[in-house]
Design a protein around this ligand. Structure first.
Ligand code: CA
Length: 227
């Protein structure tokens, strides 16, 4: 399960270049070319990080950022703003609305990747690590092994992806649709009920030896890794 990065940028060539470089590093990338489409994209599949252009055809990046930070479901998305302007005043205005970091255009790829990685590390320390831990649950991303209180648990590939996805942001509740888009992929025709089936399997697998249930079902909202 890779890290998802969303890009909202109206320059097609820049999207292509960013996608190429980020995918080469193992990131999964989605993109939109307008603020309106961008917000729809974020809602359908909450990314681990957003690369946001300052100047978009419909809204400004600042407006988008303000919207994100006011939305309880979106506000934890770290925002890396791309700007052609280097004026300090604008940057301060951006930071005030919740922009986490900046890259000034034109930028080189190395700089952008460094900024992306350092922002991810700062915002989500568990994301880039080889081993993710929640309570007594341990996911080893290299060997793809899962342990509960040091006891190895065998998971199917989908259950592993689900757990690895949940453990990136424990306690965050995801709808079935968000889980489908993030874990199964956007263009796959799978029914929402399928999510329930795999959640049931995951829950059964990790809740061993009468240990507490680490999967929380939130009625009419979805699921989270919680206790
Ligand atoms: Ca632009």
């Amino acid at each position: 399960m890779s890290t998802n990065i969303a890009i909202i940028e109206d320059e097609k060539s820049l999207i292509t270049m960013l996608k190429y470089n980020l995918e080469k590093e193992g990131f999964r990338v989605t993109s939109a070319e307008t603020g309106d489409d961008g917000l729809k994209l974020l809602k359908s599949q909450i990314p681990d990080l957003l690369i946001l252009d300052w100047m978009l055809p419909d809204f400004s990046g600042i407006e988008i950022c303000r919207h994100i930070k006011r939305d309880t479901k979106l506000k934890s998305i770290p925002v890396l703003m791309l700007t052609a302007r280097s004026e300090e005043d604008d940057k301060i205005r951006g930071f005030e609305t919740g922009v986490d970091d900046y890259v000034t255009k034109p930028f080189n790829n190395k700089e952008l990747l460094l900024r992306v990685k350092s922002l991810l590390k700062r915002a989500k320390p568990s994301l880039l690590e080889d081993v993710a831990i929640f309570k007594d649950l341990k996911v080893d991303r290299i060997t793809k092994k899962v342990f509960r209180a040091s006891k190895e648990i065998k998971l199917g590939p989908t259950e592993f992806k689900l757990l690895n996805f949940f453990i990136k942001s424990p306690q965050r509740v995801y709808s079935r649709e968000q889980l489908l888009n993030s874990v199964w992929g956007e263009n796959i025709n799978v029914e929402a009920r399928t999510v329930d089936v795999h959640i049931r399997r995951l829950r059964k697998a990790i809740n061993i030896d009468n240990k507490e249930d680490l999967i929380r079902t939130v009625r009419s909202s979805g699921y989270s890794l919680d206790f």
